[in-house]
Ligand binder design. Structure first.
Ligand code: 4GX
Length: 228
């Protein structure tokens, strides 16, 4: 899978891309992430990317020309493939497990990270394929949403997650929340590990996992049960 990113803060991505699962996937060559600085596509001395909004209203808006130049340059500069162009914004459709899989399946993506009050509408109308939001709250930029998306998608790329089981049995695959987990020590604050987990009875343990997943979903996210 290849992901390209357009941002005015490329340095935000360096530690993220060097660490843990995503870092290892890049090392192994099963994930490629290229981060581009939007300012490299400006043409003025000050490399400016924003201006005052027409109609007033306060704040600043990212101007269209650097975005349009950048998207075209980056799209055409990728060996003829044209990446699916995703704008991270609160106006997008809410990201969920199905959308993560769908986007991961596209294999070649360009993530567009805006700042300020947003981006000139003509960018969306000309060079954006899809708008995606990671949730109904306001951030200062699309960089964290892009990292959320990269991390979630990378888990769906074969070979990225070590234990194949942990993806197949992932919470949400089943439409349910995960069951509770326990590890050593056997007693914590007077609370023992549920006995069945120590029984060695694999069928009983599987039944317990299913029951607990259902119970957790009913108690914490009943809306998920309605869906599934
Ligand atoms: N899920 N933000 C983007 C600036 C912006 C606004 C409109 C493009 C269009 C967010 C979210 C989010 C704040 C990132 C505003 N860029 N993005 N930014 N929630 O809140 O994705």
């Amino acid at each position: 899978m290849r992901v390209q990113v357009l941002t005015i803060f490329p340095e935000l991505f360096a530690p993220f891309l060097a660490t843990s699962l995503v870092g290892r996937a890049i090392e192994k060559g099963i994930l490629e992430v290229r981060v581009h600085d939007l300012r490299d596509f400006t043409e003025d001395r000050h490399r400016s990317v924003d201006d005052e909004p027409y109609g007033g209203g306060g704040g600043m808006v990212m101007t269209a020309p650097p975005w349009i130049r950048a998207v075209r340059a980056v799209s055409e500069g990728t060996e003829g493939t044209n990446p699916w162009r995703v704008l991270l914004s609160p106006q997008g459709a809410r990201l969920d497990d199905a959308k993560v899989r769908e986007l991961a399946g596209r294999g070649d993506l360009l993530l567009m990270c805006g700042r300020y009050e947003g981006i000139d509408e003509r960018v969306r109308l000309t060079v954006v394929d899809e708008e995606v939001s990671i949730g109904d709250y306001v951030l200062s930029g699309g960089e964290l949403p892009a990292m959320v998306l990269i991390e979630a998608m990378s888990r769906q790329v074969p070979g990225v997650v070590q234990q194949a089981d942990s993806v197949a049995q992932d919470s949400f695959r089943s439409g349910l929340l995960d069951y509770p987990h326990y590890t050593r020590p056997p007693v914590v604050e007077g609370m023992a590990v549920p006995e069945v987990l120590l029984s060695g009875d694999h069928a009983a343990i599987r039944r317990w996992h299913e029951q607990e997943a259902l119970k957790a979903t009913r108690e914490k996210r009943p809306d998920l049960l309605e869906k599934s």
